[in-house]
Write a protein that binds this ligand. Sequence first.
Ligand SMILES: Cc1cc2nc3c(=O)[nH]c(=O)nc-3n(C[C@H](O)[C@H](O)[C@H](O)COP(=O)(O)OP(=O)(O)OC[C@H]3O[C@@H](n4cnc5c(N)ncnc54)[C@H](O)[C@@H]3O)c2cc1C
Length: 470
Amino acid sequence: MPRIAIIGGGISGLSAAFTLEEKRKSGTPVDYVLYEAAPRLGGVMVTDRADGCLIEAGPDSFLTEKPWAADLCRKIGLGDQLIGSNDADRKTYIVVKNKLVVMPDGLMFMVPTKILPTVLSPLFSMRTKMRMAAEWFHPPHKAEADETVAQMVERHYGSEMVDLLADPLLSGVYGGEATDLSVRAVLPRFADMESKHGSLGRAMLAARRKMASATKAPPRPLFSSLKDGMQQMVDAVVARLDPATLHTSSAVQSVIPQDNGWTVCAGYQTDQFDAVIIAAPTRAAAAVLESTDEDLARELAGINYSSSVTVTLGYDQNVRRSLPPGFGFLVPRSAGRRMLAATFVHNKFPHRAPDNRALVRCFLGGAHDEQVLTYSEEEIVQTVRDELRQIIGLNAEPLFVRVYKWKSAMAQYSVGHLERIQRIQALCKKLPGLALAGNGFNGIGVPDCVRSGAEAAAKILSEMGMWSAA
Ligand SMILES: Cc1cc2nc3c(=O)[nH]c(=O)nc-3n(C[C@H](O)[C@H](O)[C@H](O)COP(=O)(O)OP(=O)(O)OC[C@H]3O[C@@H](n4cnc5c(N)ncnc54)[C@H](O)[C@@H]3O)c2cc1C
């Protein structure tokens, strides 16, 4: 029976294992072993609890628009556990001069689509408002080559928009910077809209109208999660896998093609497989492939990762009453703070905190502040508390605090990322029985990782002539 090794037990590797397990159960003769370096499965998806509150150490939700994570949840029996964000209370602030200024209604990502709220907003200077008006008349434009998000946004709306919105929004999603990330890789829709319509504002409005006339269904929540937190997804997938196939605390050192198959070395153990799925961060993938294909290893190692720190603070009902409404705030770099963003978790999702508790989750780190990872937990908490005091006047003593450090966890899709992916795919073609998955390639969010794992499993089974979509 063909044997497949999966390296990495984050959600990408688990999704690959689940796909193989489903095929196995439906009669496809296939066996697999999953290797995970850490003692637990799930990678950065970790849910904790304190004082009746649910704390997400890593991702807190996923975009509803991307179906693969919710589809997986339904397949593993969690359909009735899916919850949506409280979008009626959605309101996000930007920190300007130590004050919270609400993002105007009608902003889609960073594109203004409603004139009046944008004109009246104190967030933007008169100069930026004039740029927004002029943007409406931009002719279609196709950029010759890939460019940074900052370059594109600046061309449309000027540098203030990069500082106030593009950069903080990208910090939140990628832990990256607008001056580094590739438009084509992280905002392909924007590049498309610019080449067809010119104005991003007009393009966004046209897309919204088209969607509204195409569907009569009520709008879906922007973000989805699970009642018991993101780890519920990990636990439910793991419960459907054969425990004997799951090797935790087993870091793989190398995978080497041998005798029409692959030899996998983990610690003092070596084992033979017909195929290998590597679902680890690309730098780890590069290390295990180094002796197999230097060029492939170099390309994989060339994808940078940034680190992040999340700090969750729990407070009593007095603080809950005093905090502003809405989902939280973003901190532009010009504000000169260490914090990148804060979420008022008790407002964003149900099932996260009892009515008499407030839960504030803060983000630090990102591409321009790796140094924060070297700080002690006490120093990080002190920084966060100082900044919360200065930004929202939050002086109260927290009931509990949790700090989670994520070293090199967020892939950075820099300019030229898509060309690099093409080179990686071409190099992989020369290595039959090898598939790559994970957040380093075609999407950093949980749904894209779920999809990448499932596609890697499908690719391997197809090569073996054992794949049928049903
Ligand atoms: C703080 C934070 C917040 C986030 N928030 C969101 C969010 O709200 N929504 C969203 O959609 N996404 C979010 N993301 C992104 C998303 O969670 C991740 O991109 C995704 O979970 C990555 O899954 P993965 O399996 O590809 O990688 P990982 O979870 O990093 O798992 C990779 C696994 O490979 C293992 N490994 C590494 N080397 C080896 C080896 N040699 N042998 C064996 N195993 C190895 C590691 O131990 C790890 O467990 C967030 C990420 C972070 C860090």
